[in-house]
Design a protein around this ligand. Sequence first.
Ligand SMILES: [Zn+2]
Ligand SMILES: [Zn+2]
Length: 175
Amino acid sequence: MGSRTPTTSIDLARLSLSHGEGVRLDLPVRLEPLELGGQTYAPKESIVETRIDLSRHSSGYAFRLRFPLNVAGPCMRCLEEAGVETEVDAREINQAGTDDEELTSPYVEDDKLDLARWLHDAAVLAVPSQVLCRPDCAGLCPVCGESLNDADPEAHEHDTGSDPRWSKLDELKQD
Ligand SMILES: [Zn+2]
Ligand SMILES: [Zn+2]
C-alpha cells in the first residue's frame, strides 16, 4: 500500500475508453497541507487512497472522486488541536468543444485529468468554514486571551467598570 508511487494526473487518451465505457481506478494521491483562514491543516496521511470513476460519453467525460479526508490543525476560535474527518465525494464533467464553464472541468487540460489539484480543491471545499475543537467552543477571552473553555464563567470576569479610563468615558458621555 505505502510503496505505491502517488499519482498526480490521469492521461485520458491512454485509457482509450470508447463511448459509453467507464473505468474505476483506486489510486494513491499526495495531499499537501491545506491553508484555511490563515491556519494550516495537515493531512494525517500525506498519501490519500482515492477512488476515481471515469466514464466517457459521446461528447466528453464524467468523473467522480471519492476519498477519506482526515486533517488536523488549530481550532479557529481557541487554537486548541482540532480536526476534520469526513468522506469526500466530488464530481466533474468535461465536454469537448464547449466554452460553457458548467460543462468544462478546470482539472482537464490536454486530455489529462489533474488529480492532485482536484484532490486538493475538493479537500478544501469539504472542510467546514469554521474548524472547531468542539461545536460549542467558547473561544478565547477578548481581554486576557485565556481559553474560556477551561475557565469557570463565574470566576472569569474582568471588572472593567472600575477601570478609571472607563469612568472617565462615562463622565464624558454624560456631559
Ligand atoms: Zn476551540
Ligand atoms: Zn479574561
